[in-house]
Design a protein around this ligand. Structure first.
Ligand code: NAG
Ligand code: NAG
Ligand code: NAG
Ligand code: NAG
Ligand code: NAG
Ligand code: NAG
Ligand code: NAG
Ligand code: NAG
Ligand code: NAG
Ligand code: NAG
Ligand code: NAG
Ligand code: NAG
Length: 755
């Protein structure tokens, strides 16, 4: 008995010592990891940079977690500014089950070492730059795999059966993966959540077992064929189904009714035709139905009335038309109703959609509606976005729309509206966006517009608006924060449905390079509407280097009959980046106060401005685009213009009274004679700068982060090495003392438990 006791105790001690030694190896790996990452990322490091070299246990380091034995099982290095190739020694953390490297800039291919991390249950590599084949076939214990937003390519098929056993969540969206997905996950009995979106998968979406999932997303792939009703058998558990932006066709099966837990169904941008399946009406919990950009038949089944939870309905860009269907007016829980791009011509009032008391977004744009703007809209007190653009509405804008106190976006552009802009518009203090372009509006801009304290985006282009620019207008958009705060606390207020970004395209000012960049970002991020919503919440979407970052607002008044001077109050418009006044009858001197705005683009072309170009223009240090052509400016170009170092588009052509010389050095010397046409008194000594810029080329380059010089890198690497070696000796001693204490404590635990 005593012998056994001793043997057991020895064994226990040996085991603990082994643990402690392995634990030390974990610590060693983390130290290697830290120095590897530090070497790869000389500046801007993540939390790992603060990992204490002296801290006794690695388990307390930020982002590190351990099991009871003190072994590292959990490592979270997400959003840590990690760039460069992957670390190659994770497998030496032999107990590691959770590894999160997401939201970094890791490059190269999947490291062969990662494939040896067989214990991994959670692996998140999303939002990196990892390419090559996605071979994770050895990670047979995975529960969750997220490799979305990388550059993986090749055929996915061969490598998934082996990891199916425990797999519950798999996300491979936004890569370049190919292969037929039909049957891909047939053997994965625990699978519940699959996201294959934004790849190049082929085949049809049908595979045995889809009904076991709760979430299936395969948007934006190359899926073809039709969907048989056997896809949704009895017991279907689907809650979210998104197969939008594929090439699926035929009618959508009525058996979807078997998926009684369905909350969101998105079929947009396919070629589905026929009737909307009436079976949808039996899914009482359905909240979101997105059928846009298909060929669904005119008739909407009355059964939809029973979708009593439906909040979000988008049937835009289909073959709907004629009178708005009455069933739509009975969907009492609707928040968002999007009927844009159909062939509707009437029934706005008779359908009852204007009585839907929860409606916050109503988009009827791009249809054939005509007649007066419905007065009934004035009673829709929940409305935040009213989009009626590109129809044939005529008559006046009702004064009573001034009661829509929650309105944030009003787009009536490209109709045949006439009369004045009602002064009641000044009541709309939440209004962020007012688009009235392309109508026949006349009269003056109401001075009350200055009461629209949130109004950042105003587009009145191509109307017949006359009179002076009211000085009060300078107060518009001065404080949009309360509206942004409202949207942040309730994002669903402004959420939009499809990824078809029509309202956003209209919002973007055409042909201004500054906004080209916003557009590019929205497209390349593949999530235009997510970004749109961020904009409406007042979050910055542009990189630090962008001059638009501080003030994204604009005032577009081009192509009207405005006259008189620009009011000197204009300097108060601090949130406006673009001021476009071209094609009016504005005259007089340019007020020097304009120099105190924060403009990125200023277009005064084709007016009757006269006098000197004010020296203060030189204060517009963010100005990139400046057009004064076709006016009567006189005198010399102020020397301050040379300080506009961001200026890439400059035009003073056809101001025949401009005189003096164009400087041979500085910013103005970078423009060629295209910027100075028709100015006989202006001498252009054409120094021909190394790369002369014409008025249309060279869009500003954004997004280039400042990289450290080689010297900076060298200095930081050297100083790191010095610090590191100096602390090393001390640290080793402390660590040893710590190990000794742990070992003693565990050994005494052994004694107690064996007694
Ligand atoms: C990985 O560990 C090996 C020793 O097992 C070492 O030689 C190598 O430098 C380590 N790699 C990195 C990137 O730290
Ligand atoms: C992976 O990480 C990203 C970013 O950190 C996160 O948004 C996402 O939810 C994670 N994926 C899973 C499946 O946990
Ligand atoms: C995706 O792969 C195809 C070839 O399979 C290639 O032509 C294309 O450039 C790749 N796209 C991206 C974004 O990597
Ligand atoms: C989509 O699949 C079809 C065949 O199913 C193929 O011909 C076509 O090239 C694929 N398109 C893309 C973009 O992968
Ligand atoms: C519609 O889907 C196709 C892929 O099938 C995609 O190329 C296209 O961009 C999508 N359209 C929109 C507006 O997203
Ligand atoms: C539900 O699925 C069964 C097969 O499992 C099918 O016979 C039935 O028609 C489906 N229900 C509906 C409403 O389509
Ligand atoms: C709505 O559901 C009820 C009860 O489930 C049913 O009696 C009624 O016929 C349904 N309405 C329509 C239009 O299908
Ligand atoms: C649109 O509706 C009108 C009648 O309102 C009809 O004459 C026309 O053919 C329809 N156009 C399309 C493309 O469906
Ligand atoms: C302006 O708003 C007030 C409430 O703040 C409201 O009483 C009034 O009717 C509105 N005026 C118009 C013309 O809509
Ligand atoms: C709205 O604007 C008018 C004219 O600029 C001004 O007299 C009035 O006080 C403003 N009302 C509010 C509530 O700010
Ligand atoms: C496309 C792909 O990733 N294929 C890989 C599947 O797994 C084997 C090894 O198991 C790799 O050799 C393939 O490249
Ligand atoms: C890590 C994990 O959960 N592994 C499980 C995978 O599935 C097998 C069989 O279902 C289990 O035995 C493992 O425990």
């Amino acid at each position: 008995m005593v012998v056994l006791h001793h043997v057991l105790r020895a064994l226990c001690q040996a085991l603990i010592l082994a643990e402690v030694i392995l634990g030390q190896s974990d610590r060693e790996v983390l130290r290697e990891l830290k120095s590897f990452l530090q070497a790869q990322n000389p500046v801007n490091r993540g939390a790992y940079d603060a990992w204490s070299e002296t801290k006794a246990s690695p388990c307390r380091l930020q982002g590190v977690g351990c099991d009871a034995a003190g072994r590292v099982t959990y490592l979270d290095l997400s959003s840590s500014n990690i760039a460069g190739p992957p670390f190659g020694n994770f497998s030496r953390l032999s107990r590691l089950t959770h590894l999160d490297l997401s939201a970094n800039s890791i490059t190269g291919q999947l490291h062969p070492d990662l494939k040896r991390c067989r214990g991994l249950q959670y692996l998140n590599l999303s939002s990196n730059l990892i390419g090559g084949a996605l071979d994770v076939s050895t990670l047979t214990n995975l529960h969750t795999l997220d490799v979305s937003q990388n550059r993986f390519q090749g055929n996915i098929r061969t490598n998934f059966t082996s990891i199916c056993r425990n797999l519950s969540v798999i996300t491979v969206s936004s890569n370049n993966l190919t292969g037929r997905i039909s049957g891909l996950f047939s053997g994965c009995t625990k699978l519940s959540d699959v996201d294959l979106s934004w790849n190049q998968f082929t085949g049809n979406a049908v595979w045995k077992g889809i009904e076991r999932l709760t979430r299936f997303k395969a948007s934006t792939n190359n899926l073809t064929g039709s969907i048989p009703s056997s896809m949704f058998p009895k017991g279907c558990k689907l809650q979210y189904l998104d197969i939008s932006s594929n090439k699926l066709s035929g009618s959508f099966p009525d058996s979807i009714a078997n998926c009684s837990s369905l909350r969101s169904l998105s079929l947009w941008n396919n070629s589905f035709g026929g009737s909307i399946p009436p079976g949808i009406g039996s899914i009482a919990g359905l909240e979101e139905l997105v059928l846009a950009s298909n060929h669904f038949h005119h008739k909407i089944p009355p059964e939809l009335i029973n979708c009593t939870s439906l909040k979000f309905l988008d049937i835009s860009d289909n073959n709907f038309g004629g009178e708005v269907q009455q069933v739509l007016g009975k969907l009492a829980s609707l928040n968002h109703l999007v009927l844009q791009e159909n062939n509707y011509s009437g029934g706005i009032v008779s359908s009852g959609i204007l009585q839907l008391s929860n409606l916050s977004l109503l988009d009827l744009s791009f249809n054939k509606f005509s007649g007066k703007l419905p007065i009934e809209i004035a009673s829709m007190t929940s409305i935040t976005a009213l989009m009626l653009a590109e129809n044939n509405f005529s008559g006046k804008i009702p004064q009573s729309y001034g009661q829509l106190l929650r309105l944030q976006a009003l787009d009536l552009s490209y109709n045949s509206l006439s009369g004045e802009i009602p002064r009641e518009i000044g009541n709309l203090t939440s209004l962020l966006l007012l688009m009235l372009a392309g109508n026949q509006l006349s009269g003056e801009i109401p001075r009350e517009i200055g009461n629209c304290t949130s109004l950042l985006w105003l587009n009145l282009v191509r109307n017949r608006i006359s009179g002076k620019i009211p000085p009060e207008m300078a107060s518009m958009g001065r404080n949009p924060s309360p509206t942004f705060v409202k949207n942040r606390s309730n994002p669903s207020l402004i959420r939009s449905a499809t990824s078809k970004c029509l309202p956003v395209y209209r919002w973007l000012p055409a042909s201004y390079p500054e906004f080209d960049y916003v557009e590019l970002m929205m497209m390349s991020q593949k999530n235009c509407l997510t970004m749109w919503n961020r904009i409406l919440m007042g979050y910055e979407i542009l990189p630090v280097t962008s001059p638009l970052r501080t003030a994204l607002g604009y005032v577009q008044l081009s192509g009207n009959l405005l006259n008189g001077e620009i009011p000197s109050t204009i300097s108060a418009m601090k949130n406006i980046s673009l001021l476009l006044l071209d094609g009016n009858r504005l005259s007089g001197h340019l007020p020097s106060e304009i120099g105190w705005m924060q403009l990125v683009a200023l277009n005064l072309s084709d007016n009757s401005f006269s006098g000197q170009i004010p020296f203060e223009i030189g204060h517009l240090s963010s100005l990139e685009s400046f057009d004064l052509s076709w006016n009567n400016f006189s005198g010399a170009l102020p020397s301050s213009l040379d300080k506009l170092s961001k200026l890439s588009k400059f035009n003073v052509s056809y101001n025949p009274l401009l005189s003096g010389e164009v400087p041979k050095t500085g910013q103005l010397s970078t423009f060629n004679d295209q910027s100075f046409l028709g100015n006989p008194l202006l001498s252009l000594n054409s120094p021909v700068a190394p790369s002369p810029r014409s008025i249309n080329n060279q869009p500003p380059s954004y997004g280039t982060e400042e990289h450290p010089t080689n010297e900076e890198i060298a200095v930081s690497v050297i100083s790191f090495l010095v610090c590191f070696s100096a602390t090393f000796v001390i640290r080793e001693l402390q660590w040893f003392v710590y190990l000794y204490h742990i070992a003693l404590r565990k050994i005494s635990n052994c004694r107690i438990s064996l007694k």
